[in-house]
Design a protein around this ligand. Sequence first.
Ligand code: SAM
Length: 287
Amino acid sequence: MTATFGATARAVATNKGLINDPFAEPLVRAAGVEYFIRLIGDEQYAADGGDPVMSGMISVLAIHGRFLDEFLTGAARAGIRQVVNLGSGLDTRAYRLWWPPGTTLYELDQPDVVEFGGKVLRDMGVKLAAHRRALGVDLRCDWLTALCRAGFDPAQRTVWVAENLLVGYLPPHAQDRLLREASEVSAPGSWFAADHLPWTPVQLTEGRAFIDQWRDQGLDVDLTKLTYTAEFRSVPENLAAHRWVVNDRSILELLAAGGFAGRRRMSPRDVAASPRYLTGMLSRDKR
Ligand code: SAM
């Protein structure tokens, strides 16, 4: 359900001309959740009007997605040939971005999710632009063995992406373990990008309102059952402790980096309620 929401945001944003993910809409239609299919066709999301919370959230998800497209393409240009997408959902970058020959994308998510996305695009006859290894795993447990078995090479540099994952989908100890293990198998000069929530009181209140909104609009899903709201260690601090040199951006800085500065009105409360966006590079120094 949450993977389909991500694809819905990309489908709406594609129709608005913000990004270009032509496979997002067919994936949402194939997933068959009425509410999301309605969102794609609904005029209130086609323009920046209507429900400001939902339309704002959809735009921000899409702008972050576009930022990550450029980040990943930059990593490929810098010579990285190994991409690991943690909690990849219905991501289509293996099909729609430019990749140099010899690039492998490892997509890690729940088995049903990775199999579903791959099957829909295969049935549509969509061609891959890189090697894609789809791994059905539980990221709270031993995902690393599956990754290494699939051909991941810790001696090569990696670009890691965790998009809409480190925002409460994993319990704190599993999130810490994921970041530690990813760091341990990252060659110096590897790259990392993720959004994350510093869990301020405003974020907790706004998160609650979003959950209630989904239910009020007839979606049969309780996000409280899919997410953890315990105390989390700060993701940038955590990565920095594992020798990543981290650049952590507010939503305003993300919008500015994407060329959208001043296009959305955001109150200080909106900024405080939004995720933050980090990129990092693994230091080449040994400590
Ligand atoms: N990255 C995608 C995107 O931005 O569209 C999907 C984000 S979605 C909000 C969160 C994803 O995390 C879902 O696809 C879900 O299946 C996955 N996920 C949550 N908990 C997981 C777990 N324990 N193991 C594997 N995947 C998990």
